[in-house]
Ligand binder design. Structure first.
Ligand code: GLU
Length: 463
């Protein structure tokens, strides 16, 4: 095993692309978008994959094409005033970045979290373009959200916030224009309040304007489970390609939100022992396997903390406040919390402990240095824009059901999700192979997503 050391800074100043035009382009993107470090990182990760594409396909080197791809079609920033239960007024900031609609209406979630700013929304929107292109389901890329912190807020406060947010955002949405969904801090409760306000303002039953709706009023079966299930199905396919499986493996999951919970469920179904979960306070190590009903009760019903889980689980579980969940030796790691949660040090630890696969349930949870180290060590790495595409893919299936006024059964949607994830895996693997880097799913995802969206952009002219 090679000796691995963390070396490079979190966000490299210059791309390591061979192509000097890509270097100049990246420098210009940094200059024009100051302070947006996550956006720079996401763009950089794609640009470093593109040199061989531009060499092989000169049409993609057309001047202005990558410049258009990296500039959102539209960026909306707005004030979100609301009153808390005591009558105090708060002012948050709302965002929607409509990044690219060459393949379909803008599609992507809303994130409500104090860390949300324009750079975060742009990184997520940029990733979404490629992710959505990989699904092949005709959806463009967008993302939105607010620096609002739902934690500790009453249902009534969350409702007033969502209503104020939608009062502004509704004018930019539409089932053929822009279709938001959930992300961190936005689940079924928030989508319900947002949909209610949209319906009230527009006086239209336009079910396809939001996805992640309740199944009784236009939502799709499996949408809640889709991101976590999809990531495990993607990881299972990576393991299968290496002649192994989840059966009997030890798995760590970070986070304890929607993606984490359903990753735990699916990995267990495939015979794995999932032994961790986490939140911003720390992680829990449960050697007997995470008690999913208990975790769901605490996180979804009570909106509690991982420390509560450890307390209620008793001797079986060990709570490690402020610890790194990646210190736990496992066969497969599924980072499912947030961006840049798995850094170079964590990657080194995972590799030393014998990890075989890492698959991203969250968006960009592994830093570029971590990804490089995993690749160097021969670990199978599933990049988020491919591995976690199951959520948005089932959103696109929800839009189809809405358009046809249909409701598909759980088993049918689950089968379609499995086929989609296998297809995305095989597209990434095939593209990586065609470009001389077999097994490099990150490269395959970037190139395959890029080729799909830019082919459509070229066909549609300079718009
Ligand atoms: N927020 C999810 C993602 O990162 C889902 C987006 C959607 O369903 O539109 O892909």
């Amino acid at each position: 095993m090679p000796i691995l050391t963390p070396e490079a800074p979190a966000v490299p100043a210059v791309p390591r692309a061979r192509n000097s035009r890509l270097k100049d382009l990246y420098a210009e993107i940094q200059r024009r978008n100051p302070g947006e470090s996550e956006f720079h990182q996401a763009v950089h990760e794609v640009l470093v994959s593109l040199a061989p594409v531009l060499e092989r396909h000169p049409e993609f080197a057309e001047p202005g094409l990558i410049e258009r791809l990296t500039e959102p079609e539209r960026q909306i920033i707005f004030r979100v005033p609301w009153q808390d239960d005591s009558g105090t007024t708060h002012v948050n900031r709302g965002f929607r970045v409509e990044f690219n609609s060459a393949l379909g209406p803008y599609k992507g979630g809303l994130r409500f979290h104090p860390s949300v700013d324009l750079g975060v929304v742009k990184f997520l929107g940029f990733e979404q373009i490629f992710k959505n292109a990989l699904t092949g389901l005709g959806i463009g890329g967008g993302k939105g959200g607010s620096d609002f912190a739902p934690r500790g807020r009453s249902d009534a406060e969350v409702m007033r916030f969502c209503q104020s947010f939608m009062t502004e955002l509704h004018r930019h949405l539409g089932e053929h224009t822009d279709v938001p969904a959930g992300d961190i801090g936005v689940g079924g409760r928030e989508i319900g309040y947002l949909f209610g306000q949209y319906r009230r303002i527009t006086n239209r039953w336009e079910s396809g304007v939001l996805t992640g709706k309740g199944t009784a009023w236009g939502g799709s079966a499996v949408r809640t489970q889709a991101t976590g299930y999809g990531n495990v199905l993607f990881a299972a396919r990576m393991l299968e390609a290496r002649g192994t499986s989840f059966e009997g493996s030890r798995v760590s999951v970070s986070g304890s939100g929607n993606v984490a919970l359903h990753s735990i469920a699916k990995a267990r179904e495939l015979g794995a022992q999932v032994i961790t979960a986490s939140d911003s306070g720390g992680y829990v190590l449960d050697e007997k396997g995470i008690d999913l009903p208990l975790l769901q009760q605490i996180k979804e019903t009570e909106r509690g903390r991982i420390s509560d889980y450890a307390q209620r689980r008793g001797a079986a579980a060990r709570y490690v406040p402020n610890g790194s969940v990646w210190d736990v030796p496992v066969d497969v790691a599924l980072p499912s919390a947030t961006q840049n949660e798995l850094d170079a040090t964590a990657a080194v630890t995972l590799v030393r402990n014998g990890v075989r696969a890492v698959s991203e349930g969250a968006n960009m949870p592994a830093t570029p240095e971590a990804v490089r180290m995993l690749h160097q060590a021969g670990v199978a790495f599933g990049p988020g824009k491919a591995a976690n595409a199951g959520g948005v893919a089932v959103s696109a299936l929800e839009m189809r059901q809405n358009a046809g006024r249909e409701t598909w059964p759980f088993a049918e949607v689950e089968k379609r999700l499995a086929d989609l994830m296998h297809g995305i895996h095989d597209t990434c693997a095939g593209t990586a192979e065609a470009y001389g880097s077999p097994g490099n799913y990150a490269l395959g995802a970037n190139i395959a997503g890029f080729e799909r969206v830019t082919a459509a952009m070229l066909a549609q002219g300079v718009v």
